[in-house]
Design a protein around this ligand. Structure first.
Ligand SMILES: NC(=O)c1ccc[n+]([C@@H]2O[C@H](COP(=O)([O-])OP(=O)(O)OC[C@H]3O[C@@H](n4cnc5c(N)ncnc54)[C@H](OP(=O)(O)O)[C@@H]3O)[C@@H](O)[C@H]2O)c1
Length: 189
C-alpha cells in the first residue's frame, strides 16, 4: 500500500525556513547542506512539494539555467508541484504541475507511486501542504530532523493540531548534530 511520508528538517522550535524563505540556519549545521541517506533515508521515486519550496529549489541551484543540477538532485524521480501558477520547469525534468486540492490529486499520486519499487511518496513541504495531506487522511508518517537552531518566525513545520492519540513514535536517533524523529500517524482518531 502506498505510504505518504512528510520528511523535513526543522529548527528546535518548529520552523522549516525563516521569514525570508532562507535555510541558512540549516546549512550552517554540520552535514545540513549535504543530504545524506542517514538524514534523508527516503527511497521514494515520487515527490510532492508546494510552489515556494519548488521555487526555492530552482533558485538555490540555478536549475533553470543549469538543468543538469536538477538531474543531479532528483535523477528520474517524478516531482509533483502544487501551484495556482504556471511555473517554469528545468529542461528534461519530470515535473508535474497541478492546481488542485490534495484530495483531487490523491488518485494520480497513488497510481504514480504504485508503479515504483518503494511504494512511497515523499511530501517535501511546506508544512501546510503536509497539513493538506493530513486533512485528506493521507498522511501515514511524519519524519523530522531537528537542527540545533531556533528562529523567532518563519514557515511552520506542520501547522495543524494533531493530538498524541494520533501519533506513535517509531524511531528516534542522533544523526550528527540532528535529532531525527519518526512517527506513524493514526488515521481517524
Ligand atoms: N527545512 C526543510 O526541510 C524544508 C522542506 C521543505 C521546504 N522548506 C522551505 O520552507 C518554505 C515553505 O514555504 P511555504 O510554507 O510557503 O510552503 P510551500 O508548500 O512550499 O508553498 C505554498 C504555496 O504552494 C501553492 N499551493 C499549496 N497547496 C496548493 C494546492 N492545493 N493547490 C494549488 N497550489 C497550492 C500555493 O502557491 P501558489 O501561489 O503558486 O498557488 C501556496 O502559497 C520554503 O521556503 C521552502 O524552501 C524547508
Amino acid at each position: 500500500m502506498v505510504q505518504f511520508i512528510y520528511d523535513a528538517a526543522a529548527t528546535l522550535n518548529g520552523f522549516i525556513a525563516d521569514e525570508h524563505h532562507s535555510l541558512e540556519w540549516l546549512f550552517t549545521v554540520e552535514g545540513g547542506d549535504a543530504p545524506t541517506d542517514e538524514l534523508y533515508p527516503s527511497h521514494a521515486d515520487v515527490l510532492v512539494m508546494g510552489a515556494h519550496t519548488y521555487e526555492w529549489v530552482l533558485a538555490h541551484e540555478n536549475m533553470l539555467d543549469d538543468p543538469a543540477k536538477w538531474a543531479e538532485f532528483y535523477g528520474t524521480k517524478t516531482v509533483y508541484v502544487l501551484s495556482s501558477r504556471t511555473l517554469p520547469v528545468p529542461a528534461g525534468a519530470e515535473v508535474r504541475l497541478r492546481n488542485a486540492s490534495v484530495a483531487e490529486v490523491l488518485p494520480e499520486l497513488r497510481a504514480a507511486a504504485e508503479a515504483t519499487a518503494s511504494q512511497e511518496i515523499w511530501i517535501m513541504g511546506g508544512g501546510d501542504l503536509a497539513g493538506q495531506f493530513f486533512d485528506a487522511s493521507a498522511l501515514d508518517r511524519i519524519a523530522v530532523s531537528i537542527a540545533p537552531a531556533l528562529l523567532t518566525s518563519g514557515a511552520p513545520f506542520l501547522p495543524r493540531r494533531i493530538d498524541p492519540d494520533q501519533l506513535r513514535l517509531i524511531g528516534a536517533r542522533a544523526v550528527g548534530q540532528f535529532a531525527r524523529l519518526e512517527y506513524a500517524v493514526r488515521a481517524g482518531s
